[in-house]
Ligand binder design. Structure first.
Ligand SMILES: *Cc1c(COP(=O)(O)O)cnc(C)c1O
Length: 454
């Protein structure tokens, strides 16, 4: 029996195509609607904020979309990423299950997000765009786009949720080191920001507000576009390099997963690892359980409604059908900043409706407990978001122990936690609690869903 722990692919095995699940789905997801007319959006509507090449990817049904050479040349710096067998974790859990994890924390920004940031920067540059505006919560997406902007000579402007702007100075410093401009949101630079500040000058901000500010700026200047780090079809598409590489690496190991686990904020890293496996199932291949893990304090997949909703607070974005907690829902403060969005990617939501995936929600303390056990056995300190996937994978391994089954479990370790040490300090000091979201606030946010839902 082999005792390998690491599966590394040669640079020449870097995927040449992104995998588009739309080609294999039995039914397409419902159309995206214009926020004013509530009719399906046209590419021309979207061209105000996105370059046409990305809009084409958004609606494409081609199974394989070629990864441009300049994008692959940048990917090569850290891709293919390693796949590990978590032998010491397996031993600590005393489980007959095999646990594998794909590690995306080796990118320069420390997460999977550069996979799409680099692609989006490339297409914007190609379209003659000079500046990209975006939002960021904890700063993972902002630093990834700042990195990509530096590579392609694009100006990057980032509206950062104010509470994170103040609490996470190191992520901000990283964005500025890459040459980006970072503004606390709500800001006085936009109409949406000023409207919020007029109501509440000390507003802590939210992703929904920061998106409104970024979209507003992009819509007003012809040389400026907007970029989103998750949720949209083209973002999920760019992340599929993760799952494609993993399939090859598992073949090297002579294994196939029975369960694939990923954490879900907007759904992109989960889709990145899961969609290639779901596609294989849809084409008649091996049956695999696919499990999405989300925070109990922001449970869009397990507690949200599958309905049309806006992506932002000021309702400037198109309406998409997704599992949503309502665009006015504000989750209580918890440490996995990347999982605080009110909605879920339409493609992930659609897969849930089709019964292709399962979803689970965990409170943060049990996730930190899992993350610390992982750090002490495998040595990598995970991002608080990734701790949700680890919790999910550990629970599958414990089930295997109980049932005496030797299943193969795969999860995505989407990022390291080196910029999240405050969260770990709070956890060790006993300052973290499991916060419940406010049921009446959720009811109110859901009652406020747009009328297109009939
Ligand atoms: C942004 C982020 C997430 C959440 O976003 P998804 O689109 O759901 O992947 C999860 N983990 C890390 C490390 C992140 O940076």
């Amino acid at each position: 029996m082999s005792d390998e722990i690491k599966y590394v692919l040669d640079e020449s095995r870097l995927p040449k195509f992104w995998y588009n699940i739309a080609a294999d789905l039995p039914a397409p997801p419902p159309p995206v609607l214009h926020p004013a007319t509530k009719q399906p959006v046209t590419p021309a509507d979207l061209e105000v904020i996105f370059p046409m090449s990305l809009i084409e990817q958004e609606v494409s049904t081609e199974r394989e979309i070629e990864i441009p050479r300049p994008v692959r040349d940048i990917y090569r710096q850290w891709r293919p990423t390693p796949l590990y067998r978590a032998r010491r974790l397996e031993k600590a859990l005393d489980t007959p299950a095999k646990i594998y994890y794909k590690y995306e924390g080796v990118s320069p920004a420390g997460s999977h997000k550069p996979n799409t940031a680099v692609a989006q920067a490339f297409y914007n540059k190609e379209a003659g765009v000079r500046r990209i505006v975006t939002e960021t919560g904890a700063g993972q997406w902002g630093s990834s786009l700042a990195l990509a902007g530096a590579f392609f000579g694009l100006q990057i402007e980032i509206f950062m949720v104010r509470v994170s702007f103040e609490q996470k100075p190191y992520r901000r410093a990283l964005m500025e080191s890459y040459g980006a401009r970072c503004v606390a949101s709500p800001s006085s630079e936009t109409q949406s920001g000023r409207a919020i500040l007029a109501q509440r000058p000390d507003h802590p901000g939210s992703l929904g507000i920061a998106i409104s500010e970024a979209v507003e700026v992009a819509a007003q200047s012809p040389d400026t576009k907007y970029a989103l780090g998750s949720v949209l079809n083209h973002v999920l598409l760019h992340q599929t390099v993760i799952g494609q590489e993993t399939m090859e690496q598992l073949a090297m190991a002579g294994d196939e997963p029975d369960v694939v686990v990923g954490c879900t904020g907007g759904g992109s890293n989960f889709a990145g690892i899961a969609f290639p496996f779901i596609g294989r199932m849809l084409r008649g291949g091996r049956k695999t359980r696919i499990v999405a893990v989300e925070p109990a304090a922001c449970p869009s997949l397990t507690r949200g409604r599958y309905a049309y909703d806006y992506g932002d607070t000021a309702h400037l974005t198109p309406l998409v059908k997704m599992h949503t907690l309502g665009s006015t829902f504000t989750p209580p403060g918890f440490h996995a900043g990347g999982l605080r969005y009110h909605g879920m990617a339409p493609l992930v939501s659609h897969c849930k409706e089709l019964g292709l995936i399962e979803a689970k929600a965990y409170p943060q303390l049990s996730c930190f407990e899992a993350g610390v056990l992982f750090a002490r056995t495998e040595g990598i300190l995970p991002a608080p978001e990734a701790n949700h996937a680890i919790r999910g994978a550990i629970d599958e391994a414990l089930r295997c122990r109980q049932e005496g089954r030797s299943e193969t479990i795969l999860f995505n370790l989407c990022g390291h936690g080196h910029f999240d040490m405050q969260a770990y300090m709070d956890y060790f000091a006993g300052r973290l609690v499991d916060q419940q979201y406010d049921e009446s606030e959720l009811a109110m946010a859901l009652a406020g869903l747009p009328s297109v839902n009939g």
